[in-house]
Design a protein around this ligand. Structure first.
Ligand code: SAM
Length: 244
C-alpha cells in the first residue's frame, strides 16, 4: 500500500491499516470503536468469534491498539470513548476493555473522563444511563497536558441529534475537547474508527492533521463531505465549545 497521506480517510480494516503507518508518527488517537451492532464474524488466532459475543469486540479493540502502539509517539495520547448498555453486556464492559489494554497491551491509564449527556434516552424502571467514558491512555505516565484553562474530568454535552447519515456520531465537542487538552497545532490525530468524520471535522477546524480508517465507504463519503463543507466555508476556528 502507498504511503499514508495526512488528511485522508482510508478504507479497510483498521487492524490491517494500522500496520501501514510509520512508527511513532501519531500524536493522538481519538476514537470510538463499535461493539454492539455489527454482524459479521471475526477471526482471531485459530478461532472465529461473533461480534454479538461478549468476548469478541474486546479482541478487535485489543488487536488494533496492539498494532497501533509502535505507531504512537512515546508521548502520544489515546482518547478512547467507550459506553455501555445495560441490556447486552453489562456496565463493566468499558473497564474490561481498558483492563485488557492495560494488562495485555501495556498501556498506562492516565485519566478517565466522564461524558455526561445532557439529553440521555430516558429509561423506565432503571437508572437512565447518562454517561460514557473517555479513557486517556498513554505509553508512559504523562503528568502534564496542553490544557490552558482550569477544567475537570466531567464533560457535559448533548448526544448528537443525528442527521449525519450515521447512527453513532460523536458530538463535535467531544473530539474538540480532546484536541484542546491533548494536542497542539499541526499534530497528527488518528481516528481508527472514523464513522461519519467528526474527528476529521474537529481537526480541520483546529489546524490539526487527521488520518482516518473506516471500513464502510458510505461513511468515508460522509467524512469527505463534512471536511469539504468546512473548508469551503472556512473562517478562523471558533473557541472550543466546552460546557462545564
Ligand atoms: C461508533 S462508530 C464511530 C462514529 C464516529 N465517532 C462518528 O462521530 O461518526 C464506529 C465506526 O467503526 C467502523 N468500523 C467497524 N469495524 C471497523 C474496522 N475493523 N476497521 C475500521 N472501521 C471499522 C464502523 O463502520 C463505524 O462507522
Amino acid at each position: 500500500m502507498a504511503k499514508i497521506e495526512l488528511n485522508k480517510t482510508y478504507k479497510g480494516n483498521c487492524i490491517e491499516l494500522a500496520n501501514t503507518l510509520e512508527n511513532e508518527s501519531i500524536d493522538c488517537i481519538i476514537t470510538s470503536p463499535p461493539y454492539y451492532n455489527s454482524s459479521h464474524k471475526y477471526q482471531r488466532g485459530t478461532g472465529f468469534h461473533y461480534t454479538a459475543d461478549v468476548g469478541e469486540p474486546l479482541y478487535v479493540i485489543q488487536d488494533v491498539f496492539e498494532a497501533l502502539k509502535p505507531k504512537l509517539k512515546e508521548d502520544g495520547i489515546i482518547c478512547l470513548n467507550l459506553g455501555f448498555s445495560y441490556g447486552e453486556t453489562g456496565v463493566m464492559r468499558p473497564f474490561d476493555i481498558v483492563n485488557r489494554l492495560r494488562e495485555k497491551g501495556g498501556y498506562f491509564v492516565n485519566d478517565v473522563v466522564i461524558w455526561h449527556k445532557n439529553n440521555p434516552i430516558p429509561m423506565q424502571n432503571r437508572l437512565t444511563n447518562a454517561i460514557e467514558y473517555i479513557f486517556i491512555l498513554s505509553k508512559h505516565p504523562i503528568g502534564k497536558y496542553y490544557t490552558k484553562k482550569y477544567t475537570h474530568n466531567v464533560w457535559k454535552f448533548s448526544v448528537d441529534g443525528g442527521g449525519k447519515g450515521h447512527s453513532a456520531v460523536f458530538p463535535i465537542d467531544l473530539p474538540l475537547n480532546c484536541i484542546e487538552h491533548f494536542t497542539q497545532e499541526n499534530d497528527v490525530v488518528l481516528d481508527c474508527f472514523m464513522g461519519s468524520g467528526t474527528t476529521a471535522e474537529a481537526c480541520v477546524k483546529t489546524k490539526r492533521n487527521f488520518i482516518g480508517f473506516e471500513i464502510n465507504q458510505d461513511y468515508i463519503d460522509l467524512t469527505e463531505k463534512r471536511v469539504e463543507k468546512f473548508l469551503n466555508n472556512f473562517t478562523e476556528p471558533s473557541l472550543f465549545g466546552n460546557e462545564m
